[in-house]
Design a protein around this ligand. Structure first.
Ligand code: FE
Length: 335
């Protein structure tokens, strides 16, 4: 009787077969993504059940669920974590011609996961302290002029690991070791906080220079909050390495979960995320660049960052080097 009542109280979509469901495990946490999910459900009739938690917690959950995991699609916010998930066997093959033909090879990893959006790791500078000083590259952060001026998040964070991985590949391990030691001696404080905290600390003068992902800066640029406006007035930014390798690029990316109960829905969803409309919504909602080239941005502040030279290292290579990057930063005393 109880079972009968439960079935009877479910809405019509919930009593349909599993084919009408997509279980999405995502480390993204932006309201603008909800709009994207709604369009998908409207187009396909497939309902999205979302599990949102931080990257590391998501990986732990997948590990403990094992083959019983209901996850269909896994989305993580960084190449380092995506590669870790691949290495742990959490993805199955994508096998989508549409995806492999649309997404640049740099942002595809072994037919397991793809980038969905891109972001750049940029340098923010206190305008009053350094009104004219030329800062052109990540290497410049090791300059003695920045003694007690540099701020960043902790060395264990994937954004730091991915950047340092890219430097190991581009400049070699010895040069990167020397760079890291000098940058540590330039630190204004023990690394802490998120990227927005670094921008705030540059604005307040606690730090002279810092690293952040581009979308955090653009978010502040678009904010109407007077406190955010005040921050933006006090900082300038640089897209590093324009004369060498290009600015370091990272991704939010995803793939089909290894034990996905609805792999066809999962593939359909990932293909949907590659559509022009969705790519534009990502750019508008979270100030990230589309993974696909030549898509018009409906985001004036993001567009105002301009065109720039991007590092073309593959996300897979960056992911693989993260363990070396962690060792290197530990040895340099980067907390
Ligand atoms: Fe982020």
């Amino acid at each position: 009787m109880l079972v009968f009542l439960i079935i009877f109280t479910l809405s019509p979509t919930e009593v349909l077969s599993n084919d009408q469901v997509l279980n999405l495990y995502t480390a993204r946490h932006y309201n603008s993504d909800q709009e994207i999910y709604k369009i998908f459900t409207k187009q396909t009739g497939i309902k999205i059940r979302e599990v949102t938690t931080k990257d590391q917690a998501l990986l732990e959950r997948l590990k403990s669920e094992g083959s019983a995991s209901p996850a269909d699609v896994i989305i993580l916010a960084d190449a380092a974590r995506l590669w870790r998930a691949e290495n742990l066997g959490f993805f199955q093959n994508l096998n989508s011609n549409k995806i492999s033909e649309t997404v640049p090879k740099q942002f595809q990893s072994n037919n397991k996961w793809i980038g969905l959006t891109t972001r750049a790791r940029i340098i923010v500078i206190n305008k009053r302290r350094y009104p004219t000083k030329k800062i052109e590259s990540y290497n410049d952060l090791a300059n003695q002029d920045f003694k007690n001026q540099f701020c960043s998040r902790s060395s264990t964070h994937p954004y730091m690991l991915s950047l340092v991985s890219s430097m190991i590949i581009n400049n070699g391990i010895e040069n990167t070791k020397n760079w890291a030691k000098k940058v540590v001696s330039n630190q204004a404080r023990t690394p802490r906080g998120g990227d927005t905290d670094q921008i705030r600390a540059v604005a307040s003068g606690e730090c002279g220079v810092a690293l952040t992902n581009s979308y955090y800066l653009v978010r502040l640029m678009r904010s109407s909050n007077p406190r955010d406006r005040a921050i933006i007035k006090k900082v300038r930014f640089v897209l590093p390495n324009q004369k060498s390798t290009g600015t370091h690029i990272n991704v939010t990316g995803g793939g089909i979960a290894k034990y996905s109960p609805n792999p066809e829905n999962a593939k359909l969803f990932l293909e949907f995320l590659m559509s022009k409309k969705v790519q534009q919504l990502f750019a508008k909602g979270n100030n990230e660049w589309p993974i696909i080239e030549n898509i018009k941005l409906n985001n004036a502040k993001l567009t105002s960052l301009g065109k720039f030279k991007r590092d073309n290292l593959s996300m897979e290579e960056i992911g693989k080097n993260q363990f070396g990057a962690q060792r290197l930063l530990d040895n340099a005393g980067w907390k």
